[in-house]
Design a protein around this ligand. Structure first.
Ligand SMILES: Cc1ncc(COP(=O)(O)O)c(C=O)c1O
Length: 394
């Protein structure tokens, strides 16, 4: 390989460092919870994990993994249609579908995988995809992976007039796959599901919702944005993750009508060409969905803590973006500033992340807080005082 190649890569990294945009990993040494230990630091309060329900270190879920490890061994050792499908996959998929009021579900190794699997599987020549401009990167990549013969349309974020304009423009297409996040991951706002459902019906579009930040978080029992808006069982396709509220172990899923799931089994490339979710992870995900089903009060507890954090931040004069989810972003503008502030907050033992370009549009860098039921009210008070102190300094 020529020296030019490595010079170019080194140059890019140097530029990121000079611009203050270089990201560094924090190596964590204990289970993810309200508090955790980062290498070379003391214990920190975690305000940036997806462990919304505090299930990562729940003994019930860990024990389900230990038991499954003994029963199934370490790995799946195959793609699913060859010899990589275990009974625990079927049990997980049935439980997921039942929990969400959907006919069937199919697991993947992540929701990234699920989104990049299902979208190309469902559309072909003569079809189009219609996507909210702030949809998650995995949806964007799923759209990119669809056949070149599929037309793509993007509507302005949650702008129903713009969506209707696109739906009118695209009436000549066959299948129109309309995709939205249920909770937008960088903004924390909810999709306007009732309007999107109404427009999908009016213009005969197929509606797909990514519930990664919604399942376990939104709705009284954590069944996501369809529950919140009274639309349970009325969404055509739901994708989601087992790596956030649902236990944190990992994995993703597609849920929908039986024939949609069957088509994914037959044609989606990650199912055909990549190993299945390890059975031990499937067992923990299954126990997490069961746990949530049996203990809906953890969702109410998360809602109360989220409302409390929002209230306390505002009392300190901070201006978090409004929303119903457990994602609370505070816009700071410049990427280097967001990263610098996150570092200063971490020095005071509160773990937050600064997000900047290219993860969010230039000029809208932010500190994104995420609430977990594993956090105590004292943890939340401590986090607010540290964050307010750093914001004051900056
Ligand atoms: C909306 C959304 N979809 C999909 C994903 C990917 O989920 P996973 O970590 O299971 O790949 C994420 C993760 O950040 C997300 O926020």
């Amino acid at each position: 390989m020529g020296n030019d190649f490595y010079e170019r890569i080194n140059g890019m990294i140097k530029d990121m460092k000079a611009a203050g945009k270089y990201k560094e990993y924090q190596h964590i040494k204990t289970p993810m919870s309200g508090k955790t230990v980062i290498e070379n630091q003391d214990e920190v309060t975690v305000m940036c994990s997806n462990n919304y329900l505090g299930l990562c270190d729940k003994p019930e879920i860990i024990n389900a993994g230990i038991e499954a490890l003994g029963r199934y061994g370490a790995g799946a050792a195959s793609v699913r249609f060859i010899c990589g499908t275990f009974d625990i996959h079927r049990d997980l998929e049935k439980k997921t579908a039942d929990f969400l009021d959907m006919e069937a579900a199919l697991s993947y190794t992540s929701c990234w995988n699920a989104n990049t699997a299902v979208i190309p599987a469902l559309v072909g020549e003569g079809d189009c995809i219609i996507s909210d401009e702030l949809n998650h990167a995995s949806i964007i990549d799923g759209c990119r992976l669809a056949s070149k013969k599929v037309q793509r349309y993007v509507y302005r974020h949650s702008d129903m007039k713009d969506l209707e304009r696109v739906l009118k423009e695209t009436q000549s297409f066959g299948t129109r796959l309309l995709i939205t996040d249920g909770v937008f991951s960088m903004e924390g706002d909810l999709a306007k599901l009732p309007d999107i459902r109404r427009l999908s019906d009016e213009y005969s579009a197929v509606m797909m919702v990514d519930e990664s930040h919604a399942t376990g978080v939104i709705g009284n029992t954590g069944r996501g944005t369809p529950e919140f808006f009274g639309l349970k069982g009325k969404i055509d396709i739901i994708t989601g993750t087992y790596g956030k509220a649902l236990g944190g172990a990992g994995g993703g899923f597609v849920a929908g009508r039986k024939e949609v799931i069957d088509l994914c089994i037959q044609t989606s490339r990650p199912s055909l060409f990549s190993n299945s979710l390890p059975p031990v992870v499937a067992a923990m995900a299954l126990r997490a969905v069961e746990y949530l089903d049996e203990n809906p009060e953890i969702v109410e507890s998360l809602h109360k803590k989220t409302a409390y954090l929002r209230k306390e931040l505002k009392k300190e004069g901070l201006e978090p973006l409004e929303g119903e989810s457990a994602i609370i972003p505070i816009i700071v503008g410049d990427t280097a500033r967001a990263i610098g502030m996150a570092r200063a907050i971490l020095e005071k033992k509160v773990f937050v992340t600064g997000f900047g370009f290219p993860v969010v549009p230039e000029g809208t860098a932010r500190i994104r807080l995420q609430v977990s039921d594993a956090l105590s009210y004292d943890d939340l008070d401590h986090a607010v005082s540290v964050i307010a102190e750093v914001f004051e300094k900056y």
